[in-house]
Design a protein around this ligand. Structure first.
Ligand SMILES: Cc1ncc(COP(=O)(O)O)c(C=O)c1O
Length: 381
């Protein structure tokens, strides 16, 4: 809200404007790589891993090609494959289901709760079997869920926790006076640098976090064709690298991350204050133990009016997005015989009620007022 954006057109995300704000530094950083030519595993990749480790207080950061690969690397390093079950939320981005199935393991869907869109920890125990190896917890929209209860279950049942932090880089959680960034609570954290993420590059990128040195070494090997030494392949691996050019861009963008997240927090506060009286929408909440890193401002629209509200706003040139309109277990690729929507009532309800409003750091106050007035006009005329 502190920007001078006077453009009247509201966009869901404004990558061009964000680039313009950092253009000189980004252009210089890119030019240096172009002149040096170390496009693969170049200097900036190492610098970025070290800087991101400092930012997130993770002991080890392994850069990789995208957030989906980060999740796949996490499962591979834990040896998850055929005969194993992985518990995942029924409402999330598809990557969590995809990687489990690609590795020959079985995804076991558990419903979410509708306060923070987090896996419903009260329903996890009944999904655990002797074959369960891990739980993937997804921190949606930059919010934080009930991590402590999740960790308790993991300890009790000797399960691995993988945190999908693609939408919540920079968020943290406090328990027993200890504050940790998301991605550090579980055994392995995964994130994405997709251009629209909190920390986005200009293409694809991702990273894995772990505080375990043994896992770190093995993840590096798996991400590099399973090699310990060049052309010596000790493990079956994949090719998953962050390009040096993307790392150079991320090094610049990381410097502005805190400032940009603070701007998004202001946007969250403004929307929340101004929309507080609109009874037919549920506003996103902040977990008392959590410190969100807002990625989306996601409303829940009551009484089946989500699509009508979306198209009303659209006619006023106000964009909004639905993340996600189909729960994962209802997706054709992951639907099992005997699938019953009533087994995932909250995921089902969220799929038909969520609506995300524009929330990028270059959004101006007049633009926000326009969005807020649009929503009020829908309800009050
Ligand atoms: C929650 C979540 N997990 C994983 C991913 C996958 O990241 P990527 O697109 O970099 O593979 C995304 C990206 O949209 C995401 O939002």
């Amino acid at each position: 809200m502190t920007n001078n954006n006077t453009e009247s057109t509201i966009s869901m995300i404004n990558l061009q404007q964000q680039y313009a704000q950092q253009q000189t530094e980004i252009d210089q950083a890119v030019a240096q790589v172009l002149h040096r030519g170390d496009f693969i595993n170049g200097l900036e990749v190492k610098v970025f891993e070290a800087e991101l480790a400092k930012y997130t207080k993770a002991n080890n950061v392994i850069a990789c090609a995208n957030g989906t690969d980060a999740l796949q690397l996490a499962l591979m390093v834990l040896g998850i494959g055929p005969g194993h079950e992985v518990i995942i939320p029924a409402f999330a981005y598809v990557s969590v289901a995809e990687v489990v199935v690609l590795l020959g393991a079985t995804p076991v869907f558990v419903d979410i709760e509708n306060e923070y869109f987090f896996i419903d920890v009260t329903k996890i125990k009944q999904a655990i079997t002797p074959n369960t190896k891990a739980i993937i917890a997804v921190h949606l929209f930059g919010q934080t869920g009930n991590l402590v209860a999740l960790m308790d279950i993991a300890v009790e049942h000797n399960l691995f926790i993988i945190e999908d932090n693609a939408q919540a880089l920079g968020a943290s959680y406090t328990f027993n006076n200890e504050t940790n960034f998301l991605g550090n609570w579980g055994h392995i954290g995964c994130t994405s640098f997709f251009p629209t993420k909190n920390l986005g590059c200009f293409g694809d990128g991702g990273a894995v976090f772990t505080n375990d040195k043994f896992l770190e070494r093995k993840i590096r090997m798996i991400a590099s064709h399973g090699q310990s030494v060049k052309y010596q392949h000790d493990l079956v691996g994949i090719n998953s690298r962050l390009d040096t050019l993307q790392a150079a861009i991320l090094n610049v963008r990381l410097k502005y991350l805190t400032e940009q997240q603070n701007q998004k927090t202001e946007i969250y506060q403004y929307y929340s204050q101004q929309l507080a009286g609109v009874e037919e929408i549920i506003l996103p909440k902040t977990n008392p133990n959590g410190h969100p890193a807002w990625h989306q401002f996601t409303l829940q629209v009551k009484n089946g009016k989500r699509d009508a509200l979306k198209s009303f706003l659209s006619k006023k040139q106000i964009p909004s997005m639905v993340y996600y309109h189909i729960p994962l277990p209802a997706q054709a690729a992951y639907k099992k015989v005997g699938y019953k929507p009533e087994n995932f009532p909250i995921a089902q309800q969220c799929a038909s009620s969520v609506l995300s409003l524009p929330m990028h750091p270059t959004l101006s106050k007049p633009q926000m007022d326009n969005i807020i007035n649009g929503i009020k006009a829908f309800y009050y005329g």
